[in-house]
Write a protein that binds this ligand. Sequence first.
Ligand SMILES: [Fe+2]
Length: 383
Amino acid sequence: MFSYQMGTRIEFGIGRIGLLTAILREAGFGRRILLVTDPGVEQAGLVAPVIEALQTSGYEVAVFNQVAPNPRDIDCEAGAEAFRNFAADSVIAIGGGSAMDTAKSIALLSQTGGKVAEYVDGLKVYERVAPLACIPTTAGTGSEVTRSAVITESATHRKMTLKHALLRPVLALLDPALTLSVPPSVTSATGVDALVHAIEGYTCKRSSPITQAFGAAAMKVIVPALPQVMENPGDVQARSDMLQGSLLAGLCFGASDVAAVHCLAEALGGLYDTPHGLANAVFLPHVLRFNVTGHEEIHAELSRIMGFATADTKAAEAADNLVRSITKWVKSLGIPNLRELPKVRTEDFDELVELAYANGSTPSNVREVSREDYREILMQAYA
Ligand SMILES: [Fe+2]
């Protein structure tokens, strides 16, 4: 039993950004646009040409760039206020997952008010959301095609997930040229995040044949392309493969779920503000090693898909190859271990365990995971 829903128009290709205004018109976007981005993307020069194109076509644009690496509820509320002050009618996000998730929250809060926590805790219902177009500038989050946004509650460090079909962007415009200037540390971390989306979306308890098809396609592209991009950041084909892989991974986990890697990563991000992709990359090998036990067959499938085993390799051996190969792959991308990340202290492990265990995606993990298991994985990642 499964259901799959996708209402997002997807436009992909080099130079696709040039079609933005024509597509907005076709999609029925209004004339007053709140453009959500972050200062880094603005400094990279990616925003100014879009504003110019919009204004030339008769759009009024206000820019909101109060976007944190781990998006905060207070910024989403400020963005909703900016939307109302400008009398905007639609939202465009240009940036990584943080800008897109902030934009989704703004598109919601601007229409029916309240705070992010009230929707997450069921105190307010999702009724309507302003039209949203997403233009990703990193290859990783897949947020341009998902129905969720992960927002940190500033007061408690809790990572909250807004999730509703209405939050799916009307338009996802993916132009690989926009990802060419992403620095190496962000390229590697966001790229591993995309692979984690594919792995968790494929293996988790809420997967379906459709999400597994997207997940498998994503893994096949990402595993060879990410090292190529790290080697040669100007490799347009490899950048294009990564953006496509990230999109496919979004179509995978966006209709199933994430699992234990994300639960730990979101705990870390909530407590220390660790960038999301980096936190995922740190935990991926250790959660895989944990998950394989008792679930060799599905991990053998992953291993074959990624080219770490053949059809003839026995399940246990193929699954073992997966853990060893992914551990090496992550290391080759220059990902540090947990101990090397700023602020991380073993004294906080109790809190990290609680935050991870309370995450709504913990029950989705392919292998049942207890508080003690989370603690053990944290210790191994820190060793
Ligand atoms: Fe993620």
